[in-house]
Design a protein around this ligand. Sequence first.
Ligand SMILES: Cc1cc2nc3c(=O)[nH]c(=O)nc-3n(C[C@H](O)[C@H](O)[C@H](O)COP(=O)(O)O)c2cc1C
Length: 155
Amino acid sequence: MSTVILFTTKYGTAEKCAGILKEKATRETVTVNLAEQPEFSLTPYDTVVLGASVYMEKIQKEMTAFCKAGKEELLTKNLGLFICSGNAKGTYYLKLFGKELHRHAASKKMFGSEIYWEKMNPFERLITRVIKKTKTSYSELENQAISDFAEEMKL
Ligand SMILES: Cc1cc2nc3c(=O)[nH]c(=O)nc-3n(C[C@H](O)[C@H](O)[C@H](O)COP(=O)(O)O)c2cc1C
């Protein structure tokens, strides 16, 4: 049996984290962008990792829909959840995958954030300037959390 890491992202942080987890994995692992494959079948996998990023207090709608439709099957898997977000204290974001999945997950962690200044629109730049007080790209990934997650999930 093997592992699938399903992620949703706007600018690439969650995809990057999925890639780092894949690198750390010792078992066969695939990464999938859920927005490109919304009907992805979980049947061949015993371990499922779901990762999303937060914008205006929400995760991507593709992830929310997938969790809702696939909840019963996800509750039978070795499940892990991760969030990319600018608020290090936002552990409540992990509940956005759904309360039952949150309770069931063997590991759930905050992986930190990145800002891709060049890719953002003027509104997003304004929000970033006000909240993060920065006008440049940055990377603040929680490398220890990513390593701990890989270990707790036995990836
Ligand atoms: C317009 C905008 C809104 C954001 N809203 C939130 C938020 O509500 N809470 C939070 O913790 N982080 C917020 N962030 C930070 C993102 O979650 C962070 O940049 C993350 O790394 C983006 O991941 P992605 O590149 O995979 O989409 C916001 C960032 C932008 C640009």
